[in-house]
Design a protein around this ligand. Structure first.
Ligand code: ZN
Length: 301
């Protein structure tokens, strides 16, 4: 039975640090070759997110794109100095399952090196662009020294998200291999998969109170909760591009003008910490509740 008076555990906050023009939804009209000529807004928007987190005493994981880190080294250092976890979003924002294994290894290795050189800290977490994770990529991540992946969105609601064998909405954190965990994006459980409840257009579209009730529900069941946001999502002033398909336009632009206020409300309603902290707490809990093999069953709680 749920205890309503017990304080809820901290939830995991994550920020995918990329610029507005690097988003998959805009790829058809913003070619990769034009990135260098676009107005960069990632530094300003990420600094704003840092301010909002600071106001609420919240900690977060920042999954930073290597392309952005190379061009904004001061931003990466500011995030690290503020006490947040630095993690990798890969280098060039290509969907993982469109790369060969060698290309993926080069992309992820390059980003890890850039981030570690800038901060002097080991990077152990990875999030795939557009949640495009796939089984073979896990082997590469583990070989490169990562300890967790946070790319799985166990929902049926999107055509582009990746899949991992054995991971579903009912197991939000799972040890995929010894020493390597998957920390999924949150869904409200609905059968084997779930309703997206982790962020993005879904967060910007749903009534704010309903969203918060869903987060509370997930935390009250004892499951971890994982939220994600992009710096461009709090930037209604970003350049608008013409020629987008209606679906992509909707996904990218829906309710941008209201998302900072919604984000602030979410920050003030729950306690937030990094993905690493939530993962470590989960591992400790699993270790403490797993009865040793020699212990008589009658002594177990
Ligand atoms: Zn991304």
């Amino acid at each position: 039975m749920l205890n309503q008076t017990r304080p809820l555990p901290p939830a995991a906050m994550s920020v995918d640090v990329e610029d507005w023009f690097q988003v998959e939804n805009l790829k058809a009209v913003v070619p990769r070759a034009s990135w260098e000529t676009r107005e960069s807004r990632v530094e300003r928007n990420t600094m704003r997110i840092l301010e909002l987190l600071e106001e609420h005493g919240a900690r977060s994981t920042f999954f930073i794109l290597g392309w952005v880190a190379e061009r904004h080294p001061g931003l990466v250092r500011s995030i690290a100095t503020a006490g947040h976890e630095i993690a990798s979003h890969g280098f060039g924002h290509d969907l993982v399952y469109t790369l060969t294994e060698a290309e993926f290894r080069a992309d992820v290795g390059r980003c890890k090196q850039v981030l570690e050189d800038l901060t002097g800290q080991r990077v152990t977490g990875y999030r795939a662009p557009c949640f495009s994770i796939t089984d073979w990529a896990i082997t590469v991540l583990q070989e490169l020294g990562f300890e967790y992946d946070s790319s799985l969105f166990p929902t049926v609601a999107h055509d582009r998200y990746g899949r991992l064998s054995g991971v579903g909405a009912g197991r939000p954190i799972l040890e995929l291999r010894p020493g390597f965990h998957e920390v999924s994006i949150s869904c409200l459980p609905l059968g084997k998969r779930g309703i997206p409840w982790g962020g993005g257009g879904y967060f910007r579209l749903m009534p704010s109170a309903a969203w918060r009730a869903g987060v509370r529900h997930i935390l009250q069941t004892g499951a971890p909760y994982m939220f994600y946001i992009h710096p461009w999502e709090i930037d209604p002033g970003q350049p608008r591009v013409a020629g987008l398909a209606a679906t992509s336009r909707f996904r990218h632009y829906v309710n941008l003008g209201r998302s900072e206020e919604r984000f602030r409300t979410l920050l003030s309603t729950f306690q937030w910490t990094s993905v690493r902290t939530v993962l470590d707490a989960w591992r400790r809990e699993v270790a403490s509740t797993a009865a040793p093999a020699h212990e008589p069953a009658s002594l177990r709680p």
